[in-house]
Design a protein around this ligand. Structure first.
Ligand code: DAT
Ligand code: MG
Length: 207
């Protein structure tokens, strides 16, 4: 059994129907055990080192903003190498356009790297990621409970269609406004946090 780090990225932490769906998956503890869960807003230096292998890629500044703009649901699981591989299979491929039909990322991801969940990809990465994150937060208990159902709508496929329009410069202003309206219906955050959510989602379309 090895540790692995799990993070609900901002799209999954704040789009409530998506969060409920992902929680229903994670909380089955099918072949894995949830050891810790909390809200935590990672600082920039933590995310830069967590994703150091992506430094220099064009989307890296967006990725750092995406992962630091808001508090996120962060947890630790323990799982065998085989179980972790199964969880990664459940997740699907990294980029949404490539994600396997029926996988969590295909069902709930919006575009590109807006792909809902981080999960360590192997026992070795899990061990080192958990060690790194533990310098910042304890990851020692399941301190929050997420809801299994949400009254909010899930607009994933409509958002994905509009995101593709924005990325291709097709009615970009109208598409951006429509995306904001849909995101507002999906979430319960307001004010600065809602604007941060808009920024990190829309930022991916031009990164
Ligand atoms: P994964 O999250 O599937 O383990 P990764 O570790 O290779 O993928 O990359 C980390 C994150 O960086 C990924 O979840 C989203 C972003 N990312 C990686 N490659 C990308 C790309 N080509 N375009 C946009 N975002 C990307
Ligand atoms: Mg990875």
């Amino acid at each position: 059994m090895a540790d692995a780090l799990v993070i609900f990225k901002p799209d999954a932490s704040y789009r409530l129907a998506v969060r409920a769906n992902l929680w229903r998956w994670l909380s089955t503890e099918y072949k894995w055990k949830l050891e810790a869960l909390t809200w935590y807003q990672p600082p920039k230096d933590l995310i830069e080192s967590h994703y150091d292998f992506l430094q220099g890629r064009p989307f890296f500044p967006w990725l750092v903003d995406f992962m630091t703009a808001l508090p996120l649901v962060v947890g630790r699981i323990t799982a065998s190498a085989e179980a972790l591989e199964g969880m990664r299979y459940d997740l699907g491929e990294t980029r949404i356009a490539q994600a396997r039909p029926g996988s969590l990322r295909e069902r709930f991801g919006i575009f590109g790297g807006i792909n809902c969940v981080h999960l360590s990809d192997a026992p070795e990465t899990g061990r080192s990621e958990v060690e790194r994150w533990r310098h910042f937060l304890p990851l020692d208990k399941v301190g929050i409970k997420l809801e299994r159902e949400s009254d909010k709508p899930d607009h994933t496929y409509h958002l994905r269609s509009l995101a593709t329009q924005v990325a291709n410069g097709i009615h970009p202003a109208l598409s951006v406004e429509a995306m904001k309206e849909l995101l507002a219906e999906e979430t319960d955050v307001s004010g600065k946090q809602r604007h941060a959510l808009y920024r990190v989602i829309l930022g991916a379309l031009t990164a």
